[in-house]
Design a protein. Sequence first.
Length: 234
Amino acid sequence: MLELNGLAVFYERVQVLWDVSFSVHEGEVVTLLGSNGAGKSTTVKTIQGLLRPGAGSIRFMDRSIAGLPPYRIVDAGIALVPEGREIFPKMSALENLMLGSYVPRARDSMNASLEWVFQLFPQLDERQKQLAGTMSGGEQQMLAIARALMSKPKLLMLDEPSLGLAPVIVLQVFEIIEKLREEHVTVLLVEQNVHHALEISDRAYILEKGRVILEGQGADLLNNHYVREAYLGM
């Protein structure tokens, strides 16, 4: 579904990604792991068109999308839930969700999509009229995920969805990701919570200093000596 080959990205003259290559197959949960500054968020922002690659290719559904504007990439079927959620705090939960279906491919099915996300997130159904900025952190994260789903994505990218949330809410977020897989949503997950992420991942890639240094099945990496030592403190 998604294939990156030899991706290089620069912030002005400073290179932050070197020769990044990986793939995501339909129906998978694939995770990008790494510490702060490893290049995870830069990678998904480049896929989404928020940053332009300096070299390399990005193909989605057998079509090159490198350099396309973000709205074209959303309409092609990729949605990003950004780090920090980036909801519209002075708009209601329902208004935030409706904005998610603004792209042409999703407008005609907005009501059906609303029904679907309310089934996935019943608490949002109860808070349709509530201002998004007054919701809890966990509810805001669910709103951000639901808003992205309103665009009917073929690929959903989640950038640090557990960041800043209480442990019990973190578990709920990972349960939601597993539920999305059951709903046949393909997920590319960026996460620092290595243990939980690898438990639910089909495959994962480890980024360090802008390079992919390790890849494998989620269960295999969970038992990998380097991963256990460097990321799990074991």
